[in-house]
Design a protein around this ligand. Structure first.
Ligand code: CUK
Ligand code: CA
Length: 611
């Protein structure tokens, strides 16, 4: 606990140095808020999933700098599978086979933060997942039927590809992606002045075509673009910005008392595209969305260096977390319509700014009018009522001081980043479970060395009070997750590949030579490979194509070549290929790595490389 105090003190020091008012007047010590939490009215859901039972929700977790996505069963918190996305994964051959290399294009690391599903009419349609790569500025699409990546798009003109959100209504045609780091545009050192002058660095709100996985356009702004959201009407997307100062150091980024929630008007973006109001930078249509240059963007001032923006499931409110301000800012999206028409000022869209705690980062919803916000410095989950916050704001400062909006405060362990409730990013938010993605686990697990894992805590939110039910270690470093009802996903997920979806699917075993190129086409059917030996010459360029012909569910074969650093698996009816140079002469066993049969160990063949 002393560490937590240290953090709190440090944080206050930074804020003091930056001259930040810490919500004086409405601020309450965490202990006072916690004392309000009674013991009654807690959720009583069963979270144990017994052997043979299945979970109620598919959880999709980002893997942070591991570059992957994980599938976790909720409420059991059992990790079911990892989907390699931007990373190497020998277990599936991702990053090694020709199929994965074609998508990764030589970059085998990534930094995934925000996984979201494709939508139809405000809820998940079970078709795709999308995830950002903050490291190499890409977006990957995962097809849910196979739970595999099927497209990756590179995004030029940006760095720090961060907040990502799909269109929610009427369906996902666009996906928006924010760039957290401002850069010169174009960023190639050609313009010497812009290159060295941070005042000429820009942020981008990129729009991606979900079907084609190509870039529709980018809207350029002065500010940085951090977290992203889309509304439930298909009218707006948005970003929080914490660096309207265009600072390049912490103190510069903290100079202003407020930053922005920037709202992007999709109708006006379509207009600009139609009328050709853009310039091309690195082949991408860039629309000017800077303040004073454009009616496409609306800036709502939000204190201070805000982080998450989340939309309430009724579609009415955007909730921005203050991060350096202990408040959240509630924006009424119906008023945003009026502000875009110039009938009211942007700041008049704010309907409440309740006190939450020190370091609010992200907000989620229970579908019953309550929001739950993650509070990093206080290490709490704070449940609060949106309507009560708005009402108190109307009544004035005396009422606000009583913090009538606070419903419950839960101590978590420790330092929470994202928070997410089941189905909370849809109109079907069901208020069953919540995950607190804590950045720090400290003493919650057996000590396994100085590098500690994260702690994902499961909270029952079905009652009035929040009930912590389970600690779950998470390998580095989930940032965000979604939890989707099983009935939406399960019917869409296949047990086998469509064999002929892969243009190279093998039905007949053969070895074909053209000059020094050798193509080996081979089937795998446990416990035998279709060929017993293959002879090539040293220096040959060998392509090995293998199709798994086993139709039995779960009968995966592995293909590994001794001393050739080749190792991948193929699921039933799947085809994978690999191309390599046979640069070492000798006898090399090709063997099955994935236990497939009582005679699995005998499932092997020789690659004979003649000198
Ligand atoms: S960010 Cu990590 S805690 Cu990338 Cu969504 Cu907020
Ligand atoms: Ca700032």
């Amino acid at each position: 606990m002393s560490d937590k105090r240290f953090n709190r003190r440090n944080f206050l020091k930074i804020m003091g140095a930056a001259g930040v008012a810490t919500g004086a007047g409405v601020m309450m010590p965490k202990e006072v808020l916690l004392a309000r939490a009674e013991k009654s009215g807690k959720g009583r859901q069963r979270y144990e999933v017994k052997p043979g039972e299945l979970d109620d929700y598919y959880g999709f977790w980002s893997g942070g700098h591991s570059g992957e996505i994980r599938i976790i069963g909720v409420p059991s918190m059992r990790e079911i599978k990892r989907i390699p996305v931007f990373n190497w994964d020998v277990g599936t051959g991702w990053g090694i086979t020709n199929e994965s290399k074609k998508l990764l294009r030589g970059r085998n690391f990534g930094d995934t933060h925000h996984v979201h599903g494709s939508y139809k009419n405000g809820t998940y349609d079970g078709k795709w997942l999308f995830v950002n790569d903050k490291l190499n500025n890409r977006v990957a699409r995962i097809r849910i039927d196979y739970m595999e990546v099927d497209a990756i798009v590179d995004v030029p003109n940006i760095q720090g590809a961060h907040g990502l959100f799909p269109q929610r209504y009427p369906k996902t045609e666009w996906v928006v992606l924010n760039s957290e780091f401002q850069t010169p545009v174009p960023n190639d050192a050609s313009n010497k002045k812009a290159f060295l002058n941070p005042q000429e660095y820009y942020g981008m709100h990129t729009i991606i075509d979900a079907e084609r996985m190509s870039i529709v356009c980018q809207v350029m702004v002065d500010e940085n673009c951090d977290l992203a959201a889309t509304d439930y009407k298909g009218k707006y997307s948005m970003c929080t910005s914490y660096n309207i100062e265009k600072g390049v150091t912490i103190s510069e980024m903290l100079a202003s008392d407020y930053d922005y929630l920037i709202i992007f008007h999709w109708g006006r973006i379509r207009d600009a595209l139609r009328k050709g109001k853009y310039k091309r930078v690195n082949g991408v249509k860039v629309i000017d969305g800077r303040k004073g240059h454009s009616d496409i963007t609306l800036r709502i001032p939000v204190p201070k260096n805000p982080h998450g923006v989340n939309i309430s499931p009724d579609g009415r409110y955007a909730v921005c977390c203050g991060k350096v301000s202990p408040t959240v800012t509630v924006v009424d999206l119906e008023k945003v319509d009026l502000a875009f028409e110039g009938k009211i000022k942007p700041e008049d869209c704010i309907v409440a700014q309740p006190y939450i705690g020190l370091g609010p980062l992200h907000t989620t919803f229970d579908g019953r009018g309550n929001a739950i916000t993650s509070v990093f410095i206080d290490s709490t989950n704070v449940k609060w009522n949106i309507a009560k916050a708005i009402e108190a704001e109307k009544k004035g400062p005396e009422e606000k001081k009583k913090n009538p909006h606070i419903v419950d405060v839960l101590d978590i362990h420790y330092q929470v980043g994202h928070i997410m409730a089941t189905m909370a990013e849809t109109k079907e938010a069901d208020g069953k479970w919540l995950i607190s993605l804590n950045k720090v686990s400290k003493d919650r697990f057996l000590n396994a060395g100085p590098f500690k894992v994260e702690n994902d805590q499961l909270v029952d939110i079905s009652g009035e009070k929040l009930r912590l039910v389970h600690d779950s270690p998470a390998y580095i470093e989930p940032h965000d997750c979604i939890m989707v009802r099983r009935d939406i996903i399960e019917p869409k997920v296949k047990h086998r590949h469509e064999m002929f979806e892969h243009p190279l699917a093998v039905t007949k075993n053969s070895v074909e030579r053209k000059g020094n190129k050798v193509i080996i086409r081979m089937t795998a059917n446990a416990p035998v490979f279709g060929l017993q030996e293959v002879r090539v010459k040293k220096g040959d360029k060998v392509t090995l194509i293998v199709t798994n012909h086993d139709e039995i569910i779960d009968l995966t074969n592995g293909v590994a070549i001794s001393n050739y650093n080749i190792n991948f698996v193929i699921a039933p009816f799947q085809t994978k290929s690999v191309t390599f140079t046979a640069d070492k002469p000798g006898v090399f066993w090709i063997y099955c790595t994935n236990f497939c049969h009582a005679l699995h160990l005998e499932m092997r063949m020789r690659l004979i490389v003649e000198a």
